[in-house]
Design a protein around this ligand. Structure first.
Ligand code: MSP
Length: 645
């Protein structure tokens, strides 16, 4: 039995954010877990580098497309390497082997009669690299998925006969109820297919950054549709079409993806595979969407969470734990420092870290860290039974990627350890001369930690290796089998003294998302574009405008906020009894000194909020474009407190 896991291949039009990291953490965890169990495992990740979107991003960056793709692809790879993501292969769709595999597949589908040449007229969203029928567009113009403007495109195209696969797909979903995970997403796919599948345009002539058609087609104005090219990576990585040796790893055990690309994986991909006479992956597991502090992350809002920044501030493995514990798989999740800190302090520091500290302390005091032939079962059979009832039943949650349930259940064994210490009070037993009994309790807890570490290893590899080293054993398939499957106990071992593994976090370690500035929202980012219509929809009344109090102020003092890259703390005179304290994310554009004694425009009736723990009671008006940000100021000096409007 072999387990082949994949992440989506990431578009090289921007750097990785925590959404990408989440997909990668989950696939990495599953691959590590499978390896620990001793199963043949293969883990693929990589980058998706073709298509109009990438071509346009390269032009914007003023770089040749290949160079642009090389640079961003390397950023992804470097980040995963820094995070020690245990991939076996990093594929790039610009690799020659991949391109040859895609051409081979195209030819095979064509020869089979599943691809034919025709003409396409439709509305194309470059960002989603997808055509949409008129009926699905918002206001007849905007993409129903991302809200951006679509273009009308008419071009000659090759089509894949997706419509021929409608019934075959429905039959497959019916026969494989756990093909799509979580199961709650299954109906959405089934309903989409039942709604009728149109043939899929699988080539483009409007741009050239893609895999060309095979030479024998003599049709060099066409390049492959980026999703056909991209999905095939899962088999070209195994040598499909050139050297089939690794194809024995196929079908994949699981493609881990985000919910936004479920349709491509659960409809198009199975149809392509059926056409190629290849078996279908066992599971398509679609996770939810991450927001930051309740808001969609976007470059224009400046609130994208960088995985490296979080890892530097809080520790990469803490981030892995948080993301996989906090959110039920398939549901949307919110990244907030408060929730993250709570998890670190309560789950990691209190429950797990303290338990380890307690036995390090006790073993040091009672037996100079040496546990020698103690009889855990004699004193703790009830606790052992309770512990195995949990450990024996926890793995099933990972079959459906229910990472939060798995961790929630696993954590119950730490309660058993803590309760055992309270109930058996080893410090009393030592005073009574019952050293064996006291050390048996220490050993029980060491075993709780050892067994839990084995199960936690795939989530927090480095941390659990430290715990194992502290308890004098190694995490590997042999210890997994011995301690978990055969239920052996550590009874003779030496505990090492180490410092706290999870220091408590008292306050946010990263700057909050900038809210002190008025960032102009790009209309294309919004789901339902708010155009000003002839009937006045989208306009506001005088009263609505004057709900906002805008005033002229003079900056009296300004200083940098310690540890913050963006924030300045200002004291602004608004003609009131006291100066107003305003924290603004403008340090990239203004120094504290140059702001003093200058005038600014202030939103004066904004609800006060804390930024990096500092109260801010107002907001400065500013304008931002590609050249940077500048403050909006009165053309001539005005009295402080003058109202604007
Ligand atoms: N290139 C395609 C995938 C092709 S796979 C054959 C693609 N790339 S992507 O870079 O846009 O997205 C990759 C993954 O990141 C997707 O699974 C997507 O769901 C995930 N995420 C992107 N933003 C996300 C969040 N804000 N939250 C969670 N995951 C998100 O799609």
């Amino acid at each position: 039995m072999s387990n082949y896991y994949t992440t989506p291949i990431y578009y090289v039009n921007g750097e990785a954010h925590i959404g990408h990291a989440y997909t990668t953490f989950i696939a990495d965890m599953l691959a590590r877990y499978s390896r620990l169990k001793g199963e043949t495992t293969y883990f693929l990740t990589g980058t998706d580098e073709h298509g109009q979107k990438i071509e346009e991003s390269a032009v914007k960056a003023g770089k040749p497309t290949q160079q642009f793709a090389d640079e961003i692809s390397a950023l992804f790879k470097d980040l995963w390497d820094e995070f020690e993501i245990s991939y076996d292969q990093f594929i790039r769709t610009t690799d020659d082997e991949h391109k040859a595999g895609v051409q081979h597949a195209f030819k095979k589908m064509f020869d089979k009669g599943d691809i034919y040449k025709g003409e396409y007229e439709g509305n194309y969203c470059v960002s989603c690299e997808t055509f949409f029928p008129e009926s699905q567009l918002i206001d007849g113009e905007f993409c129903p998925d991302c809200g951006r403007t679509t273009n009308t495109v008419k071009e000659e195209s090759y089509f894949f006969k997706l419509s021929d696969y409608e019934q075959k797909l429905l039959d497959y979903y019916e026969a494989h109820p756990d093909f799509i995970l979580p199961k709650s997403r299954r109906n959405e796919v089934i309903n989409f297919v039942k709604g009728g599948l149109h043939d899929l345009s699988v080539t483009r002539t409007s741009f050239s950054w893609g895999v060309p058609l095979p030479k024998e087609f003599g049709d060099d104005k066409h390049v492959m549709y980026v999703w056909l090219d991209a999905l095939l990576n899962y088999v070209t990585a195994l040598g499909y079409g050139r050297d089939d040796a690794k194809m024995e790893l196929w079908p994949a055990h699981m493609h881990v993806i985000g919910k936004d690309i479920l349709r491509f994986h659960a409809i198009y991909w199975p149809a392509f595979l059926m056409s190629l006479d290849l078996p279908l992956p066992k599971h398509i597991a679609a996770h939810g969407w991450w927001t930051r502090d309740g808001e969609k992350m976007s470059k224009s809002k400046g609130n994208v969470v960088s995985p490296r920044e979080v890892a530097n501030a809080y520790g990469e493995e803490n981030l892995r734990y948080f993301m996989m514990r906090e959110v039920p798989f398939g549901q949307d999740g919110d990244f907030s420092q408060r929730a993250f800190i709570d998890r670190i302090n309560s789950d990691l520091s209190n429950d797990l870290g303290n338990l380890l500290n307690r036995i390090i302390g006790m073993s040091g005091k009672y037996s100079d860290f040496v546990i020698d032939s103690v009889d855990v079962e004699k004193y703790h059979s009830a606790e052992l039974e309770e512990m195995y009832a949990i450990l024996d039943n926890v793995e099933k949650y990972l079959d459906e990627v229910q990472t939060h349930r798995f961790l929630e259940e696993l954590w119950k064994v730490f309660t058993i350890g803590n309760k055992a210490i309270e109930a058996h009070a080893p410090w009393v037993k030592i005073k009574e001369g019952k050293t064996d009994e006291a050390l048996a309790t220490v050993a029980l807890v060491a075993n709780v930690l050892a067994k839990a570490s084995l199960l936690l290893h795939a989530f927090m590899p480095k941390t659990t290796n430290i715990i194992a080293d502290t308890l004098g054993f190694e995490i590997n398939t042999a210890s997994y089998n011995a301690l978990l499957k055969e239920k052996k106990l550590l009874e003779t071992f030496t505990i090492k003294k180490i410092g706290p593994l999870f220091p408590r976090v008292e306050e946010p370690l990263m700057e909050e998302a900038p809210k002190a500035m008025m960032e102009p929202e790009k209309p294309k980012e919004s789901k339902k574009p708010e155009a000003v219509k002839e009937d006045g929809a989208g306009l506001i009344t005088f009263d609505e405008f004057f709900n906002t109090t805008l005033k002229i102020g003079t900056v009296v003092e300004a200083e940098e906020v310690p540890k913050s890259k963006k924030l300045l703390k200002l004291q602004v005179d608004l003609g009131e009894d006291e100066l107003r304290q305003i924290v603004a994310g403008i340090k990239d554009y203004y120094s504290a000194e140059e702001l003093v004694n200058t005038q600014v425009c202030v939103v004066a009736n904004l609800k006060p909020a804390k930024l990096m723990g500092i109260m801010s009671a107002g907001m400065l008006l500013a304008a931002k474009d590609d050249d940077g940000l500048c403050l909006v100021r009165p053309e001539k000096p005005r009295k402080v407190g003058s109202s604007i409007g």
